[in-house]
Design a protein around this ligand. Sequence first.
Ligand code: 5GP
Ligand code: ZN
Length: 114
Amino acid sequence: MSECLFCQIVAKEVDSDIVYEDEKVIAFKDINPQAPVHYLIIPKKHIETILDLAEEDQELIGHIHQVANQLAFEAGIADDGFRIVNNCKDAGGQTVFHLHFHLLGGRNLQWPPG
Ligand code: 5GP
Ligand code: ZN
C-alpha cells in the first residue's frame, strides 16, 4: 500500500466521495469542507507539489482545470463564481503532499484568504 493518502484514494484503498473520474484525474469531496461545494481535483499520478511538474504534465494541468470547470457547472456554482486553490508546501498551507486543486464555491469567499 502506498504511504500517500491521495494515492490510496486513487487506488480505492481509502474511501472517498468521488464526483468525477477518468484515466488521468479523480475528484472527490473534501472531508472537511470549507464551503458548500469543496472538491479536491487530483492527478492519479503521484506529483508531490506544483513545483514538481514536468514538461510532460502541461496537458494534465490544463485537463484538471477543464474538469474543474465542468464540476463547477454540475455543482451549480459556475454562474455565481468560485475559487480554484493550490496550496504549495508548508507556508502555502499544504498538508497532503500529492498535488491537488481545491474547488470551492456556494458562498461568497473572502479575500485575502489569510
Ligand atoms: P491542503 O491543506 O494540502 O491544501 O489540502 C488537503 C485537504 O485534504 C484538506 O482540505 C483536508 O480536509 C483534505 N483531506 C485530508 N484527509 C482527507 C481524507 O482522508 N479524505 C478526504 N476526502 N479529504 C481529506
Ligand atoms: Zn500520492
